[in-house]
Unconditional design. Sequence first.
Length: 531
Amino acid sequence: MVIIDHTHVYRHITSSLLFLRSLCIHHSVSCPTLLFLVSLFTVSSYLTLDESPFPNFLSAMEVLMSKLFNLMGVFALVQTLIPPPLRQFIDRGLTMLCERLFPSVNPYPYMEIQVGQNVPDNHSPNELYKQVGVYVGSLRSALHTHDRLRAYRCAAAEPISLNLQDNASIEDSFDGVQVFWTKAVTEKGNEGNNGGSTERSFILRFLKTDRENIVPAYLDHVSKVCADIEHKNSRRSIFTNSHGNWEKNSFNHPSTFDSLALEAGVAERRMADLQAFSKGKSFYHRNGRAWKRGYLLYGPPGTGKSSLIAAIANYMQYDIYDLELTKVYDNTSLKSLLVRTSPKSVIVIEDIDCSVKLSNRDAETDDDSKKGRDSNSSSKFTLSGLLNFVDGLWSCCGEERIFIFTTNFKERIDSALLRPGRMDMHILLSYCSFHAFKKLARNYLSIQDHPMFPELEKIMTKTSFQVTPAAIAEMLISNQDNPDAAISEVLAAFSRHVDTTIVIESASQSMKKQEPQSTHTQTCRREDGGN
Ligand SMILES: Nc1ncnc2c1ncn2[C@@H]1O[C@H](COP(=O)(O)OP(=O)(O)OP(=O)(O)O)[C@@H](O)[C@H]1O
């Protein structure tokens, strides 16, 4: 009696199936070849069995599978010995034979798309080939499933990129569909002679039934991911306008949301807003809005407006276009500058109230003003030109852009420029609070707490004397190796003013009774003449 170990048989079956699958996928073995092999096994099993082929189905299967398994090993060995062109020839022949014999059976369920190094007609480099290389190297599965990868770096400052070894394959999925990439390398011409050449390509393989889901959506996805990676890896640039053109420079400002001393929760809210913006393409399009965002940063000098712009650009990994309005000749050149900005960029106009005379439209009286012109200069550039720049038909000729205006005097800016849609958020950057001070102390002095903190907090909340983060930063920098001295200096600066402030405040209050006046103006004046 034959005792059959069922587990043994199942294990054979499973491993054989897995082996078949991997042969199909990674080694371009088509179904006809496999059908041929399996038939060969069946016949050989039939011949080698003592009795009828099916005296006991499971024992027959066991024999069959063990033979199949052995032959697969031999096949894999032979496969390495057969040159690829001959292998492809045999495969094609068997595929055609199979299609003739069994027209209703799909002998090769996979579809392949070859992405070559060059465009076939004009031999120019195939951009998609480069993109696939970047994409495939970025797949996380590459690190986990491959023991051998290639690493390269194009320039010293660029990050390291990974890529597949020649003839290696990798699996990916898109919208629930499984696809496989193979980095194919074919030798052409006489090997070893100068006339021979190497043809490289990526081959995308997926089930024919998935073709509708894959082409072109998946290839578009590959291009997009590659563009994102390249954008992320590229170095930031800052552009400034000169003679109607943008001049490019590399942007290395180190400011980040972490290095900024802001009020509690401000950095987090800004980052959340920026994140929502960067992911909001479909939201903006669905609602018929141009995919752009406008921020007005206002507050006294030295409160971090420029630093916040740099932090935003670094956080979003956007380039900066620093628009100098005094160098813009007319509305047409403004428009042409706008058209030449790239997507994923921050367009900045600093100190918008001082750049050119863009006074309140309602208050414009003379002839030039009626035409919307800046009467103080030879410029034909107008306020309405600027309004259209930020939120007109031309403002949406590039996508994913952030407009940022800064000013020390928000009240001087025309309300039309500040309305939502142009400046969506107005962000006040103000004098240094104790919360912001602690952040500066953490960044500049590397301390989280200090015995003098409670006293400093008390004084900072008690006095209306205000100091900008820039001024505090200076005190900390000059004592960066000595936290005690640094905190003492800040404490002394506030203590010196605390009495003065009380005097000024009480004087101010008594004056207010006669004629209302801003305490804020008093404290600012004190700071100007400070120390
Ligand atoms: N909130 C802040 N957090 C950290 N550093 C700051 C902050 N504000 C100012 N600083 C420091 O002070 C210096 C000046 O800041 P910044 O140029 O950003 O100020 P600003 O508001 O743009 O000034 P202005 O209105 O004169 O252009 C920078 O070196 C920056 O490091």
